[in-house]
Write a protein that binds this ligand. Sequence first.
Ligand code: GDP
Length: 523
Amino acid sequence: MSLESTGYKSRRTFAIISHPDAGKTTLTEKLLLNSGAIHLAGEVKERGERRRTRSDWMEIEQKRGISITSSVMTFEHDGLTLNLLDTPGHADFSEDTYRTLTAVDSAIMVIDAAKGIEAQTRKLFEVCRLRDIPIITFVNKIDREARDTLEILDEIMEALALDTAPMMWPVGAGVDFNGLIDLEHGRFISTEGKPEAEAPGIEALAGRFADTQNQQIAASMEGLELASGSLPKFDQAAFEEGTLTPVYFGSALKSIGVRELLEAVCRFAPEPRTQPARPEPVDPSMAACTGFVFKVQANMDPNHRDRVAFVRVASGTLKRGMRLKNVRTGKDLKVANPMFFFARERELADEAVAGDVVGIPNHGTLSVGDTLTDGPDVTVTGIPNFAPELLRRVHLSDASKTKQLAKALNDLAEEGVVQVFKPTLGSGYYVGAVGPLQLEVLTSRAAAEYSVPIRIEPAQYVTARWVKVNDKAQFDKFAALHRLNIAEDRYGDPVFLAPSQWEIDRCAQDFPLLDFMATKDRG
Ligand code: GDP
């Protein structure tokens, strides 16, 4: 099928970033409900005639209990096509989570009103910042006890160095929650999440609570007065540059403030951006069809090696049946069955434009970071590798399988399952990941698909840094001093296996002509 609203200018491709439990799943469902993509929680929109039977690999995947349906959810609202990309959290947290952010044009940051900025939110935010991705903030769970509003805004500003423009102001929280003042429209939103028909203005609304005996509400009103004098107003340019975030408040669970958030996405979220690429950036208006793979979901069933590559279209129109060149391998690929993903179903995609995400089933021809095009050779950059947060040694129990191990590690690293580092001295391999699931997938797939039994063992290093060699002599000196800590990544680039952050800082000081990088751009 083709999506109803055509043209890339109608696409808004975004992700939700949050710490586990902040309410991402609940909010996703409520956004879909508010847009009409699903009717009741858990109910699938009937697509009537156009509905197609599910293909085999989907059934297989269902049997395995692994869902890729949620990797991307496409829905429509206000004449726009919204592509919401999932950033796996909890136990599924992995490099995919980070890489997904390279395929979006904006993000919603969900914060728990009682907990503020938490570790995972901060990490994901840093990845967004690498690409100046604009952020809309949603402070969730206002129906429960919450931190003071000004305090939350201050924390965002300080922890993330991001200006905040409050768009809503909660009147009380938890049991004292009395509604939201919509600062942009000067109207009131009730505790049921319904906007009042009249818009009397902020002052008149604040006046309603002037004589309150309730301390929480009085504090909210004082905060509002302070904020209106001191905080910046929303500014589209600053938002798009990634220096200012509009802040919404509400409750995903009770559907308060969700519609307003959805409207904010439609009004403020930018259309598909120009993708950094070599030799030239890829502009969405270009006629040539170009897309890049940001995630590969492999079938863990050894009998079915089908894999789905998630491709974000960067320019032109991807048409079903067309041939695209994989620039990395130089080989042509017929895009026979590209898929669109909806709330709980998927359909063959006849046409996709810049901003859209399609799943392309393949047998291992597509890897994370690959660029596909029907135009001149181009490679989309900015799909980085991230310094591992888990660095482990690979133990091979059967020494006769050294060759197979090398192949398994190479293939799986190419696919983006883990990163592989080979020490320049001695034998063996280290693998890096940002989430433990990646290591589990590595072990089970090495055994199932390559018959290589491996064990993952602790390493004496905590992380790795890519070393950018700006001065050969200095690098040689550094390498001589740290011989046991030098490794190569898959591309032969030098990596410092670091025993501590302290050691990284010290090396950076001692060797000012070397850069110790926490991310590395592929290609
Ligand atoms: P995720 O881990 O970020 O996807 O979070 P979930 O959406 O699974 O929510 C975690 C828990 O918080 C669940 O028990 C939700 O019911 C609850 N929750 C989510 N949003 C709200 C909210 O706005 N108010 C309250 N009180 N609970 C919420």
